[in-house]
Design a protein around this ligand. Sequence first.
Ligand SMILES: [Zn+2]
Length: 286
Amino acid sequence: MKRLRSALALTVALAAAMASGSAVAQNQEPVQRLELFDAHLHYNQEPNPFYPLDKVLEVFRRNGVTGILATSRPNKGTHQLVDAKAPGLWVVPFIRPYRVRADIQTWFNEPAIFELIKEEHKRGYYRGVGEFHIYGNDAAQPLVKSIVGFAVERDLYLHAHCDEVALLHLFAHNPRAKIIWAHTGFTTPPGRVHELLEKYPALWGELSYRSGITNGSGAIADEWRELFARHSDRFLIGSDTWINERWFSYDTIFKTYRGWLVQLPPDQARRIANGNALRLFGPRVN
Ligand SMILES: [Zn+2]
């Protein structure tokens, strides 16, 4: 009887240890191994890509990046990423409205760019238009309005690198627009970001190059902790490989994201890491 009781006690103790062990695992380990979605990926090719395709796929693999919002200039790089059908990599393609780098300055005045968007869209797999650059009242141009309308009619997201004035123009063109704000305004005060998220339910913030999220020691700033607590369903992370140097720092960029994601409650971290991308662009393919 005594032996039975001690065996029972041991079983209970073991079960408790296992339970607490799995609680620890749930709270810490998965954040380190969390699958990430890179919501700002450029695979530019002018005239040749910096990395060949297999090298790029290896960069994603070693960083636990299992999904990408893929764009490129010209769009050929995106076609390659889609066509690769790489196991374990979910590609969400967006139409880049640029042929060459100079188009960044003028695309919103060029009917040929609208034609490019329409032509690309015929491929049938695109989920959005962007990343495009637009500032101030340039966003009020009729051509921009037409492109916003085109996107809304086809349920495409817009990935906009813009200031607040331009952002408001985009929503004014069509309140049904769905906008991923590249860099979340770079420096727009978090309080203002909060107001915009409340006002526009179809606005999401992509956080590459966004300053102020962490302080000098890598701890999440209080105002961002509050913003994530309130709106963790509205943020995405990204690399923004707009120049070759960003491929060199790719590992560091995602290590930095993991460094502050681990400081958030796990449910918030999971949403920002890839849960929001799944909700926006899912179901996942590949
Ligand atoms: Zn970019």
